[in-house]
Design a protein around this ligand. Structure first.
Ligand SMILES: Nc1nc2c(ncn2[C@@H]2O[C@H](COP(=O)(O)OP(=O)(O)OP(=O)(O)O)[C@@H](O)[C@H]2O)c(=O)[nH]1
Length: 356
């Protein structure tokens, strides 16, 4: 669940696995043929590479360093291919393999890495053709070289377009998976991702990180009295107000139903409580218009902070949730932030701080 919003590298692993199997089988077979043809340098390169492929097959599905291993495999792989192109004993037709360079590069390295890898090795391939046939430069050879070069560039262009749209679609899916469809705020899944990043940052810079859970008061009555659509616009109104009021570095999110959360990097428990109370006042002063009526919306909130109240998101959510219910129990439309419990703007409190 925690990795659910990360980019999916599964397809790259599958392509690499297929390439490793091909290298293993083809490398061993070609090595045998080339030994018979007395091309010992090429045969030993092919054998070494087949062994390297067999070695990589053991961990290609699990390695966390997929890109580094892909590069470690691919650069020598293409170098061997170019060496084969240069050998005077290998046939003319071997140049057809240049076509595979852009496809393999883009599938394994994505659009940026794929672009450079393909460009470099297609150029080297065309250069190899030049080196081999420079002495017998004829119109036929020029035509072959132009066809090999341009068709490889065409394949590269299509691979680039394909990889770019795949990348955009994946990005869009990641956005959608982390977004609440009604309010456009982050959802629980994105909150977990953001919490991990913000907690690391807070640990590194020794700065506070706080969480506020807020729940709209008597929301059922809004739905029952005005209907579900009006209920939805109240949720949207609250979400927009949170987005407007918070900093770009803060994360407002909808946990579900009429429950929201705010993840506040750099805010201590007290600062987070002050901010939650300011949002509470702002919401209370911004009624939602329904026909001729103006609907006052309030919420009850609980605050928790990293370290004092726990180190994981689930601990902070649990404590903030418990304090939110204390705020409900204390009369609603208030914020509870505790070490010792205190409530801000609690109607039946004479001072800002109430004892537990
Ligand atoms: N319009 C709308 N209503 C929702 C949505 N999700 C949950 N609800 C409603 O929110 C209401 C929540 O009711 P309760 O849990 O009783 O809470 P409440 O009425 O706000 O009472 P307190 O929290 O105790 O103040 C229920 O009527 C749900 O149907 C939604 O996406 N849209």
């Amino acid at each position: 669940m925690t990795d659910s919003l990360e980019r999916n590298l599964q397809h790259r692993r599958r392509v690499l696995r297929a390439l490793l199997w091909m290298t293993l089988i083809a490398g061993a077979s070609f090595a045998l043929i080339n030994i018979k043809r007395e091309l010992y340098l090429l045969a030993s390169l092919e054998l070494i590479y087949a062994a390297f492929a067999a070695f990589m097959l053991r961990f290609v599905d699990t390695t966390p360093h997929l890109k580094a291993w892909t590069l470690a495999f691919l650069v020598p792989f293409f170098c061997i291919m170019v060496t084969a192109l240069l050998l005077p004993q290998s046939s003319y037709t071997i140049f057809a393999w240049i076509q595979s360079i852009p496809i393999i590069s883009y599938l394994l390295l994505g659009k940026r890495g794929g672009f450079w890898m393909a460009l470099i090795f297609i150029s080297l391939g065309v250069l190899a053709f030049n080196v081999r046939y420079v002495t017998e430069l004829s119109l036929v050879n020029l035509a072959v070289m132009a066809n090999v070069g341009f068709s490889a560039l065409a394949v590269m262009l299509f691979s680039h377009i394909y990889e770019r749209s795949r990348d955009d679609n994946e990005q869009r899916l990641i956005e959608l998976a982390g977004t609440d469809s009604l309010t456009g705020l982050a959802n629980r899944m994105r909150l977990s991702e953001a919490f991990r990043a913000m907690r690391s940052q807070a640990d590194r810079s020794n700065t506070p990180l706080s969480l506020v859970v807020l729940d709209l008061d008597h929301f059922k009555q809004v739905n029952d009295r005005y209907g579900h659509e009006v209920g939805d616009s109240v949720l949207l109104h609250t979400a927009q107000l949170l987005k407007r009021r918070l900093r770009d570095s803060d994360l407002p999110c909808r946990l579900g139903g009429e429950e929201f959360a705010m993840l506040l990097p750099g805010a201590t428990l007290e600062q987070a409580a002050d901010l939650a109370d300011a949002v509470r006042v702002l919401l209370a002063q911004s009624p939602v218009t329904v026909g001729r009526e103006r609907l006052n919306v309030t919420f009850s909130a609980g605050v928790a902070t990293l370290g004092e109240d726990g180190d994981s998101l689930s601990e902070l959510l649990r404590i903030a949730d418990r304090r939110m219910y204390e705020a409900k129990g204390g009369g609603r439309n208030q914020v509870v932030a505790a070490g010792q419990r205190y409530a801000l703007a609690k109607p039946d409190c004479t001072s800002d701080t109430c004892s537990e």
